[in-house]
Design a binder for this molecule. Structure first.
Ligand code: IVH
Length: 693
């Protein structure tokens, strides 16, 4: 019999994991385990729909599409901020408000990164998230509750109860606890908070990488992507975008005891379980604060998200409010703006590059311009549709932006300044490298060069094959690769292994020693692992980590080649697209020929699925490891090689037979399984320690 108390503790458990992952950034279970808990919850709720509550973790996604957004009246005005440009402006602001209220001279400050995202307003009644809205005109916004519920950083109920680690289900019923939380006098029965929804640089890059690998349209920038996701009428679409948020303001509270200072409120919000930016600071002294803010301006690129400035707030709320409002800007706070990351320059040309898979990508050639200390000469134009939609023409003045890890990109053309002779841009009908006609697949944005012998693709392929995460052939830089292809010395990656010294000596810049070194490096790469060779082959979707996963199941390339689509799909982390790409790759005669040539050259790595294979004997003999997360100095491939070189075995999933889980940062995956099975968890240093102990 399923009891309601089991349901409650299951929900609480999911909430805890959700909070750990999305707010604290410190998960203790794998995604798979999280999904299983959620699945169990949904199964119970399917049987007992009458038990579903609006704050249940099952209620985050999948609301049926709406045909429009309803209007929401904000409980108070959602204000804006006046700007300050630099330290002088900030001092002038302080002088102005000091004259208005002498108590300001005693003021302290809270400073918060000014995230470049979208304002949202969240309503909680009796601790339950009941409504969320956009800013709108500051008085009335739009009801985007269903979309906001998909953002896992938003608590569906507050306060979130924080526990380091839950005991198993022996937990007493949480019902009594819930009651006491709700009757806690410190918690308002109606609370409205404001925050900023955004996408981190890392999540944005990963999102675009996924889109690119799937041959789909990439997103223009994090802010637009976040804005578009929030405005979706179908919240299932919103759920697929990596949105997160920080809360920074209490807009309205009924009941409860709200701290009097902004700093206190941030702490209070954090206590309730809201995600609050930990980069915020408190200062007693204006000059110290300015000094710090200036430092931040210098290092803004290192922030994991885009901030266009710092919000400086008089910490004492009553004092701040006593200063009043000018228009929509309260006097008690100011936005210290960083210099703009957007500049205008001239688009002198549009070059088309051919990628490894034959995709043509337009690249902007710019009159060099400085953005935040870096000279920008090129920028991405995304794809040909973008150029057409924005009517970007060679010769135009264009607006360019460079922020964080995102590659500089063109925002728009300034059509008012368009030279008369500028003509609309037409994408090439032939590949700029091999002059063969290009093809377009209906429904996709990309244009492809489908010529298997295209030299540009070949150059990229070889570059990838010799790169550090693949065959790691030192000394084979892009210039040499280009020479080798231009002189027709290599027609595929396998030809590297039949290069002769006299071939190299005939190339410009090659002397005896350089030729020997390169040949030695190429020859040494014959001993690289199966995982590296697989990575190097450049099969769509098979990067370093997928290659490593595959080698846990297949001993050599022949075994992989014999695998069916279905077998491949059964492997954790491999979906239908990658599985199909692998099968297709092995079917192409051109690739079969490469494999044959590689084998003839002596490359036929096999992987040790069991200790008895070609595993070296060493200190780690008989020990089985699983690797997860990001390690401080080694890549996962390097760690695996290190373990194997010392006699250990590396497998893909944690079981009772696993001796050690080697876990790095963000070890969401596999960590709890190890903990629950009592498998010892170690870090990189401890791994090395095993050898020398
Ligand atoms: S305070 C009266 N704090 O910056 C309070 N705003 O005009 C006004 N923003 O679009 C806002 N991070 O959405 C505040 N920590 C933060 C913020 C922040 C981002 C945005 C806000 C608004 C603009 C300020």
């Amino acid at each position: 019999m399923i009891s309601q108390s089991h349901l409650k503790s299951l929900r609480e458990e999911i909430r805890q994991h959700n909070y750990r992952y999305h707010v604290l950034d410190a998960p203790i279970i794998s995604d798979g385990e999280y999904d299983r808990l959620l699945h169990e919850l949904k199964a119970i709720e399917a049987e007992h729909p009458e038990w579903i509550t609006p704050d249940s973790p099952s209620q985050r996604a999948g609301a049926p599409p709406a045909d429009k957004f309803d209007k929401v009246q904000h409980p108070g005005p959602i204000l804006s901020l006046a700007n300050a440009f630099g330290a002088e402006d900030t001092r002038a602001w302080f002088e102005r408000i000091k004259k208005m209220n002498s108590r300001v001279s005693e003021a302290t400050f809270t400073v918060e990164p000014k995230l470049d995202g979208l304002t949202v307003v969240l309503h909680y009644r009796d601790g339950i998230f009941v409504q969320g809205a956009t800013r709108g005109d500051g008085e009335i916004g739009e009801d985007i509750t269903a979309n906001l519920k998909t953002i896992k950083a938003i608590p569906l109920r507050i306060p979130i109860e924080r526990r380091e680690k839950r005991e198993e289900s022996s937990q007493p019923s949480l019902f009594a606890q819930d009651q006491s939380l709700l009757s806690n006098p410190l918690i308002p029965n109606y609370l409205v908070v404001r925050g900023e929804v955004f996408i981190t640089h890392a999540d944005f890059s990963a999102l675009n990488k996924r889109q690119e690998e799937a041959g789909e349209k990439t997103y223009l920038n994090p802010r637009n992507t976040a804005a578009g996701a929030l405005r979706q009428l179908d919240s299932r679409v919103t759920a697929t975008r990596p949105l997160t948020l920080f809360i920074y303001q209490i807009v309205h509270a009924e009941g409860g005891e709200i701290p009097n200072s902004q700093w206190g409120r941030l702490e209070y919000l954090r206590e309730l379980g809201f995600p609050v930016n930990t980069d915020s600071r408190h200062f007693d002294d204006l000059e110290e604060m300015i000094h710090f803010v200036e430092g931040w301006e210098e290092t803004r690129d290192q922030l994991p998200y885009e901030a266009d400035g710092i919000v400086i707030k008089i910490d004492d709320r009553a004092l701040s409010e006593s200063l009043g409002i000018v228009g929509k800007d309260p006097r008690g706070a100011i936005a210290y703006k960083f210099p703009s990351l957007e500049v205008t320059t001239t688009l002198t040309d549009i070059q088309v590059e051919v990628g490894r898979t034959g995709v043509l990508t337009p690249k902007a050639v710019l009159e060099p311009v400085e953005i935040n200390g870096v000279i920008v000469r090129n920028a991405t134009l995304h794809n040909f549709d973008f150029i057409a939609e924005k009517d970007i023409r060679i010769g135009d003045r264009v607006l360019v932006k460079r922020a964080g890890e995102v590659i500089p990109y063109i925002i728009a053309s300034i059509t008012e300044a368009r030279p008369k002779q500028a003509r609309p841009y037409t994408p090439p009908s032939a590949c700029p490298a091999c002059e063969q006609p290009v093809e377009h697949i209906e429904g996709e944005v990309a244009w492809y060069c489908v010529n298997a012998a295209c030299p540009a693709q070949l150059i990229r392929n070889i570059q990838h094959f010799v790169s550090r995460t693949a065959m790691d052939i030192v000394g084979l830089g892009i210039k040499i690769v280009e020479q080798l292809v231009e002189e027709a010395l290599v027609g595929d990656v396998a030809d590297l292994y039949t290069l002769r010294k006299e071939d190299l000596l005939a190339l410009e810049g090659f002397k005896d020693k350089k030729a020997d070194n390169l040949l030695n490096a190429i020859s040494a790469s014959k001993d690289q692992t199966l995982a590296r060779l697989l990575t190097g082959l450049g099969i769509r979707g098979v990067g370093e980590s997928v290659a490593a996963d595959l080698t846990n199941y297949f001993t050599d390339l022949d075994a992989l080649r014999a695998a069916t689509q279905e077998e491949l799909e059964n492997i954790e982390g491999i979906g239908p697209n990658i599985a199909a790409a692998i099968v297709d790759w092995f079917l192409l005669p051109f690739n079969q020929q490469i494999l044959g040539k590689l084998r003839d050259a002596g490359l036929n790595p096999s992987n040790q699925l069991s200790v008895s294979n070609n595993q070296e004997a060493g200190v780690l003999d008989g020990l089985t490891f699983v690797i997860t997360g990001t390690l401080p100095s080694m890549s996962r491939t390097e760690a695996k090689e290190f373990i194997q070189a010392n006699g250990g075995k590396v497998t893909g999933s944690v079981s009772k037979k696993t001796n050690y889980l080697l876990a790095g940062e963000k070890a969401g995956s596999k960590l709890t399984k190890a903990e629950s099975l009592g498998v010892k968890v170690i870090g990189e240093d401890e791994l090395k320690g095993l050898l020398y102990s």
